[in-house]
Design a protein around this ligand. Structure first.
Ligand code: NAD
Length: 290
């Protein structure tokens, strides 16, 4: 068993980005700029936002964190987004999810200018990604692809099973792995909560690659996988003890895997790195750079 080291891969990606940024800045351009909107107080969001801002520094980007109280109305938030959409000094805009219940997240996502939508959640980007066109790709799914590419894991012709169909992870990764992309051309099964258990087991037991994003600690057990499987654990679950674990019973399963992502230090790190890749693309598009 070998570890797919998200920390190592993310650092390498961010280092490359910072070199490119230094070149642009040397030629007289401003730095790339990411703006993050955070509404209310939500401990995991605080931690995700912090790692995004830290990663911006490592990449040589400017960043701004705009905090709004939990009670902010949807109209006021939409007005703020419209203002940032019109600001040429911002290349990429993220609205950290989840939002308070009185705000419809889809209205917020739809309001972000697709050219600044570095999360890749806007229907325009999601549609373009699905069609195989140039797009901002949802960061976690894109990060997984980058990680597989970094370790030269063969994808073409493989049987992948994705478990979980969220718009931010399961759905996009299932599309990306099946599309005729550089990292793609796999045969993909997308399983979800309505997948009968027996069918799920049939699929996971013959999968070459499993991507699991269900949010249930220990969901994937040793008896569910074949020898040599590549295991991508997207789950981030905090146990009562405070320990952070994924969706895979790591101790039981890892021995059977050819490759496996650790939690933490796997997909989470790649999500942030992929956001940096997207931000650089927003910036180079903004300045018509190669
Ligand atoms: P979600 O929480 O919105 O939905 C869970 C998904 O799991 C659903 O699609 C559901 O159909 C499926 N599911 C639930 N029980 C199942 C079962 N018994 N069998 C088959 N499918 C089942 O999904 P999400 O937002 O993608 O989050 C999933 C996990 O990934 C969470 O732990 C979350 O914290 C984590 N996550 C990690 C990152 C990262 O960067 N590493 C990013 C996003 C989400």
């Amino acid at each position: 068993m070998k570890l797919l080291d998200g920390k190592l891969c993310a650092e390498s990606l961010v280092k490359d980005i910072s070199r490119r940024v230094a070149g642009y800045v040397d030629s007289g351009l401003r730095k790339p700029h990411m703006t993050v909107i955070l509404v209310g107080e939500h401990a995991p969001s605080e931690s995700y936002v912090k790692s995004k801002i830290t990663s911006c520094k490592s990449a040589g980007f400017e960043s701004a964190l705009l905090r709004f109280p939990e009670q902010i109305g949807e109209a006021e938030l939409l007005a703020k987004i419209a203002e940032i959409n019109g600001d040429h000094a911002t290349d990429g805009l993220i609205v950290q999810l989840p939002l308070p219940k009185h705000i419809n997240p889809q209205n917020i996502i739809n309001a972000i200018d697709p050219v600044k939508d570095i999360d890749g959640f806007h229907p325009t980007n999601f549609g373009r990604m699905t069609l195989g066109q140039k797009a901002f790709r949802p960061a976690t799914a894109y990060g997984i692809c980058k990680l597989l590419q970094f370790y030269e894991i063969p994808i073409k012709g493989k049987h992948c099973v994705v478990i979980g169909r969220s718009n931010i992870v399961g759905k996009p990764i299932s599309i990306m792995l099946s599309n005729d992309f550089e990292i793609g051309n796999a045969t993909v099964t997308l399983a979800h909560i309505e997948t009968p258990r027996e069918l799920l087991l049939d699929e996971t037991r013959r999968a070459d690659i499993i991507v699991v994003a269900v949010g249930i600690p220990g969901f994937i057990t040793e008896d569910m996988v074949k020898e040599g499987v590549v295991m991508i654990d997207v789950g981030i679950n905090r146990l009562e003890s405070g320990k952070l674990v994924g969706d895979v019973d790591f101790d039981g399963v890892s021995e059977k895997c050819s490759w496996i992502t650790p939690v933490p230090g796997g997909v989470g790190r790649m999500t942030v790195a992929a956001l940096m890749v997207n931000t650089l693309m927003a910036y180079t598009d903004n300045f018509n750079l190669e």
